[in-house]
Design a protein around this ligand. Structure first.
Ligand SMILES: Cc1cc2nc3c(=O)[nH]c(=O)nc-3n(C[C@H](O)[C@H](O)[C@H](O)COP(=O)(O)OP(=O)(O)OC[C@H]3O[C@@H](n4cnc5c(N)ncnc54)[C@H](O)[C@@H]3O)c2cc1C
Length: 468
């Protein structure tokens, strides 16, 4: 039996950040990870692989240069699955090495095995070779993340009907693909494969998509996807999915339509990975999606001394927010002060094109009855946009008419996930429209779009405070 101050289950963003935080505070910390290597979904099947795939696809397809050289432009004519995988493996190796070094530097111990509860402070760890160990801890942080939801009616075969984890192992790029699920993961992969010239159809039973994103941004994004021939079928469900003898897959939709495709990606949801934790032994219970409920300020579960952070606690389910949650949970667990992070954080969707957003949408401003003005800039209005050959890209700022403060920044287009941080800083530091009007921006940059959007709003707001 081994005793620790904090035992963390899972080495994804929440687990590793929590573990390192507690270790930095001088605590004895153990991370238990069932995967072959540390890093979690984020490193091995989620964030990093999908973003590496995206970068490789954009580079090899010459996507960013097509504004200048035309739609037929390619850096590499025949892009293979092997081309995509090569860069992925190098990136993953590097990420794991950095993580292992972080653990070693901070004296975080890690153990490979599957953990489950024996009681509130004891975990059993089953190693790959069958050896069973027990560890006890003053506090436990559950950072077990999620796994893809795999309903029975989908004939997954690891080859042509896949979930998002399996997609990274494909041997050949499909000529056609149906993506079921217009959530963030489905949309990211649908647009990446479409950039690789796969004929993509995206279907979802809901009649809208990305409802948490500003509607004007979603409309611009959808227009761009349709403009490049991606089929988006919303309000439609696949009733039956069947593998055909020739290796293709047939989908019968609830509207009677029949689709035949090379590959189906099922990306409609993920489940909290709590089913094997024996939660009952600790007095815990997960909801019907395997998620755990926590106090949103401390990340403590209903059982004192047991914390949960990251995707297992639900929205927003991002690597970025998971890290912060893990850090806060670990600080509370070891009795250190933990400051709540600012309310507004950036959300990045690495589709092609990118979307990123921070703060309130125009729809939320209306719901809350806040009088507002918007400023819009198109990337093609910036010199940098001309140089880059961009004919798309939009930045939208939303200001309160009463306080003149920036309350929302919404971007679709090249570099959106980087650009958003300027808006995030101004927003969280309570900056007003004057910030954009008065400050000098590097020229030529896409960031100049902030100045253009700021001026656009300012011209309509006038330079005096409204009486509203
Ligand atoms: C395709 C895809 C793309 C994504 N893209 C982005 C993005 O661009 N940006 C972003 O911010 N987020 C992105 N995400 C989300 C991001 O990956 C997750 O938010 C993040 O990984 C969650 O971190 P976590 O620490 O909660 O858990 P995870 O990263 O899921 O790690 C949990 C770990 O716990 C381990 N584990 C589970 N049960 C046990 C057990 N019983 N014993 C031992 N170990 C266990 C698992 O093996 C796993 O390694 C993406 C996700 C996916 C699937």
């Amino acid at each position: 039996m081994f005793q620790y101050d904090l035992v963390v289950v899972g080495s994804g963003p929440a687990g590793r950040r929590g573990a390192i935080q507690a270790a930095k505070l001088g605590k004895k910390v153990l991370v238990i990870e069932q995967g072959k290597r540390v890093g979690g979904v984020s490193v091995h099947t989620g964030t990093i692989p999908s973003k590496t795939l995206r970068e490789t696809a954009l580079n090899l397809s010459g996507w960013r240069e097509r504004g200048f050289y035309g739609k037929a432009y390619r850096v590499k004519q025949e892009i293979s699955a092997e081309d995509l995988r090569r860069r992925l493996l190098i990136t993953l190796d590097h990420e794991v090495e950095v993580l292992e070094h972080q653990f070693a530097r901070n004296r975080v111990q890690h153990m490979r095995g599957k953990a489950s509860f024996v009681d509130v402070s004891t975990l059993e760890v089953v190693k790959d070779d069958g050896e069973v160990m027990r560890v006890t801890a003053t506090s436990i942080l559950l950072a077990v993340g999620t796994k893809p939801f795999r309903p029975d009616y989908i004939p997954f075969d690891h080859k042509s009907v896949l979930d998002s984890d399996e997609l990274l192992e494909i041997e050949e790029l499909p000529r056609s693909m149906v993506v079921i699920g217009a959530g963030v993961i489905g949309i990211e992969y649908a647009t990446i494969f479409s950039a690789l010239d796969t004929a993509v159809t995206l279907i979802d039973p809901k009649s809208t998509m990305l409802d948490f994103i500003d509607k004007e941004i979603v409309e611009d994004f959808t227009y761009q996807l349709r403009d490049r021939n991606m089929k988006i079928m919303l309000g439609t469900k696949a009733d039956k999915v069947t593998k055909l003898d020739d290796g293709k897959v047939e989908l019968i939709l609830d509207n009677g339509r029949r689709l035949v495709t090379d590959m189906v990606l099922f990306a409609a949801g993920r489940m909290g990975a709590t089913d094997t934790l024996n939660l009952a032994a600790a007095g815990l219970e997960a909801d019907n999606r395997g998620r755990l409920k926590v106090n949103p300020e401390t990340f403590e579960t209903s059982v004192p001394g047991i914390y949960a952070a990251g995707d297992v606690v639900g929205f927003p389910s991002l690597a970025s927010t998971s890290m912060e949650q893990g850090r806060i949970a670990a600080r509370v667990a070891v009795g250190a002060v933990a400051k709540e992070p600012p309310k507004y954080f950036p959300y990045g969707i690495y589709a092609v094109p990118e979307i990123s957003t921070c703060g309130l949408t125009e729809e939320e401003m209306k719901e809350r009855g806040i009088a507002y003005e918007c400023g819009i800039a198109r990337f093609r209005e910036t010199s940098r946009g001309h140089i880059m050959g961009l004919d798309t890209g939009l930045l939208k700022l939303i200001f309160s008419l009463k306080t003149r403060r920036l309350l929302g920044v919404h971007i679709v287009g090249e570099g959106a996930t980087e650009l958003v941080h300027i808006g995030q800083a101004v927003l969280n530091l309570k900056g007003t429209v004057e910030y954009f009007v008065e400050n000098t921006f590097n020229y030529p940059t896409l960031a100049e779009a902030y100045k253009i959007a700021g001026l656009d709003a300012w011209n309509r707001m006038g330079d005096i405070k409204s009486e509203l």
